[in-house]
Design a protein around this ligand. Structure first.
Ligand code: FES
Length: 136
Protein backbone atom coordinates (compact mmCIF):
# COMPACT_ATOMS: atom_id res chain seq x y z
CA UNK A 1 0.00 0.00 0.00
CA UNK A 2 1.37 3.40 -0.89
CA UNK A 3 0.05 6.78 -0.01
CA UNK A 4 0.82 10.31 1.04
CA UNK A 5 0.71 11.90 4.47
CA UNK A 6 -1.10 15.24 3.96
CA UNK A 7 0.62 16.68 7.04
CA UNK A 8 4.13 15.92 5.83
CA UNK A 9 5.73 18.42 3.49
CA UNK A 10 9.17 17.09 2.66
CA UNK A 11 10.84 17.60 -0.69
CA UNK A 12 10.79 14.63 -3.06
CA UNK A 13 13.96 12.54 -3.04
CA UNK A 14 15.33 10.93 -6.18
CA UNK A 15 15.86 7.16 -5.97
CA UNK A 16 19.36 5.73 -6.39
CA UNK A 17 21.04 6.23 -9.74
CA UNK A 18 23.85 3.68 -9.33
CA UNK A 19 23.72 -0.03 -8.46
CA UNK A 20 24.18 -1.02 -4.84
CA UNK A 21 23.50 -3.92 -2.50
CA UNK A 22 21.38 -4.21 0.60
CA UNK A 23 22.59 -6.86 3.05
CA UNK A 24 20.18 -8.02 5.74
CA UNK A 25 22.20 -8.62 8.87
CA UNK A 26 21.35 -11.94 10.47
CA UNK A 27 19.15 -13.16 7.62
CA UNK A 28 21.80 -14.21 5.09
CA UNK A 29 20.14 -12.28 2.30
CA UNK A 30 21.72 -9.79 -0.08
CA UNK A 31 19.62 -7.74 -2.47
CA UNK A 32 21.27 -6.35 -5.60
CA UNK A 33 19.49 -3.14 -6.51
CA UNK A 34 19.47 -2.09 -10.14
CA UNK A 35 18.63 1.62 -10.31
CA UNK A 36 16.90 1.13 -13.65
CA UNK A 37 14.25 -0.87 -11.80
CA UNK A 38 13.61 1.89 -9.22
CA UNK A 39 11.25 2.94 -7.93
CA UNK A 40 9.18 -0.16 -7.45
CA UNK A 41 6.51 2.20 -6.22
CA UNK A 42 4.72 -0.07 -3.83
CA UNK A 43 5.56 0.99 -0.31
CA UNK A 44 6.91 4.17 1.26
CA UNK A 45 8.87 6.83 -0.57
CA UNK A 46 9.95 5.89 -4.08
CA UNK A 47 13.18 3.91 -3.84
CA UNK A 48 13.02 3.71 -0.05
CA UNK A 49 14.40 0.80 1.93
CA UNK A 50 10.81 -0.33 2.51
CA UNK A 51 10.14 -0.22 -1.23
CA UNK A 52 13.29 -2.26 -1.90
CA UNK A 53 12.74 -4.78 0.89
CA UNK A 54 9.08 -5.43 0.12
CA UNK A 55 9.74 -5.83 -3.60
CA UNK A 56 12.38 -8.43 -2.79
CA UNK A 57 10.23 -10.59 -0.55
CA UNK A 58 11.24 -9.15 2.82
CA UNK A 59 7.90 -8.33 4.37
CA UNK A 60 8.62 -5.64 6.92
CA UNK A 61 5.64 -4.49 8.95
CA UNK A 62 4.40 -1.05 7.85
CA UNK A 63 1.12 -0.39 9.57
CA UNK A 64 0.52 3.10 8.18
CA UNK A 65 1.25 2.08 4.61
CA UNK A 66 4.55 3.94 4.45
CA UNK A 67 3.39 7.51 5.08
CA UNK A 68 5.48 8.28 8.20
CA UNK A 69 2.60 7.89 10.64
CA UNK A 70 3.80 4.96 12.74
CA UNK A 71 7.14 3.41 13.61
CA UNK A 72 6.48 -0.20 12.69
CA UNK A 73 8.92 -0.06 9.75
CA UNK A 74 11.80 0.74 12.10
CA UNK A 75 15.10 -0.64 10.81
CA UNK A 76 18.70 -0.08 11.84
CA UNK A 77 21.09 0.94 9.08
CA UNK A 78 24.34 -0.60 10.35
CA UNK A 79 26.45 0.44 7.34
CA UNK A 80 26.05 2.76 4.40
CA UNK A 81 23.93 5.27 6.26
CA UNK A 82 25.76 8.21 4.70
CA UNK A 83 24.25 7.27 1.34
CA UNK A 84 20.73 7.55 2.72
CA UNK A 85 18.50 10.60 2.62
CA UNK A 86 18.63 12.47 5.92
CA UNK A 87 15.76 11.98 8.33
CA UNK A 88 13.45 15.00 8.36
CA UNK A 89 11.53 16.29 11.39
CA UNK A 90 8.52 14.07 10.70
CA UNK A 91 10.67 10.94 10.62
CA UNK A 92 12.56 12.00 13.75
CA UNK A 93 9.26 12.56 15.57
CA UNK A 94 7.99 9.09 14.61
CA UNK A 95 11.30 7.45 15.47
CA UNK A 96 10.94 8.82 18.98
CA UNK A 97 8.04 6.36 19.39
CA UNK A 98 10.05 3.35 18.15
CA UNK A 99 11.06 0.56 20.50
CA UNK A 100 14.81 -0.01 20.77
CA UNK A 101 15.87 3.25 19.13
CA UNK A 102 19.55 3.47 18.16
CA UNK A 103 21.63 6.25 16.56
CA UNK A 104 21.39 4.33 13.26
CA UNK A 105 17.62 3.81 13.44
CA UNK A 106 15.54 4.84 10.44
CA UNK A 107 12.02 4.41 9.21
CA UNK A 108 12.39 2.13 6.20
CA UNK A 109 9.56 3.93 4.39
CA UNK A 110 11.36 7.29 4.61
CA UNK A 111 15.00 6.25 4.11
CA UNK A 112 16.02 6.53 0.45
CA UNK A 113 19.55 5.33 -0.45
CA UNK A 114 21.33 7.19 -3.26
CA UNK A 115 23.33 4.12 -4.32
CA UNK A 116 26.75 5.56 -3.51
CA UNK A 117 27.40 2.84 -0.90
CA UNK A 118 26.21 -0.64 -0.11
CA UNK A 119 23.78 -0.78 2.79
CA UNK A 120 23.64 -3.18 5.71
CA UNK A 121 20.27 -3.28 7.43
CA UNK A 122 19.20 -4.94 10.66
CA UNK A 123 15.54 -5.59 11.22
CA UNK A 124 14.91 -5.38 14.98
CA UNK A 125 14.30 -8.76 16.60
CA UNK A 126 10.75 -7.91 17.69
CA UNK A 127 9.83 -7.29 14.04
CA UNK A 128 11.51 -10.36 12.57
CA UNK A 129 8.42 -12.52 12.77
CA UNK A 130 6.95 -10.18 10.17
CA UNK A 131 9.76 -11.03 7.76
CA UNK A 132 9.12 -13.90 5.41
CA UNK A 133 11.41 -16.78 6.14
CA UNK A 134 10.21 -18.57 3.00
CA UNK A 135 12.38 -16.44 0.76
CA UNK A 136 15.69 -17.20 2.46
S1 FES B 1 5.30 2.38 7.64
FE1 FES B 1 4.51 3.73 9.10
S2 FES B 1 6.19 5.04 9.40
FE2 FES B 1 6.96 3.69 7.94
Amino acid sequence: MAGVNPYQHSAPIAPASTPFRVTLRGLAKVIAVNPQDLPYGRDGKAGSLLDILMHNGVRVDHACGGICSCSTCHVIVRAGGRSCSPADDSEEDMLDTAVGLTPQSRLACQCVPDGSEDIEVEIPAWNRNQVSEDDF
